[in-house]
Design a protein around this ligand. Sequence first.
Ligand code: FES
Length: 168
Amino acid sequence: MVAMSFSSVSLRPSELPATASNRCRSTAYLTRRRPISISFAAVSPETSSAPPAKPEIELEFLGPKPGDTVDRAIAISGDKLLRTIMSDNKLELYAAYGKLMNCGGGGSCGTCIVEIVDGQDLLNERTNTELRYLKKKPESWRLACQTIVGNKDNSGKVVVQRLPQWKK
Ligand code: FES
C-alpha cells in the first residue's frame, strides 16, 4: 500500500504557465474574480505502510551423485514443510520405491529421507516420528515430511542432500 498526501495551492492568473488551455482558465479567473485552486497528490515512500517482507530461507538441493545438477528454491521462513517445498518446485524426493509407496507425508513410511548438509539450525527439531525412524541414522538425516523450513523469524541458507542413502 502507498501513502498519498494532498496539498492545495492558489494561483493568480499571472503565475499560471501560458499554455493554450490555461489561457481560457485565466480568462475565466478574470471574469469570475475567484482564485483557482489546484490539488496535488504526492506519493511519499517514507510514509508507505507496506508490510515488511517476510524472512526467507534459500534452499540448495544436491543430487545423490557427484555430477548431478544443483537445484535451488526460496521458501518463506516457517511456512512450509521441506517435502511440500520440494513438491511445489518439482524436485525429486523419493527413490523408485518411495515414489510408489510413500505415505503422502503422514510420517509413517520413512521414505522421504534427506540429509541436511548445512543450515540444520534453521529447521525445527527432529520430531518423535523422526526419532523413531532415524534412530540408527546420522544426526543430519531428516524426514522431509516432518521438517519445517525456518521458524518465521530466521533466514539463511539450507543445503539438502537428496537420497543420502544413495550418496556416492
Ligand atoms: S512421506 Fe512417509 S514418512 Fe515422510
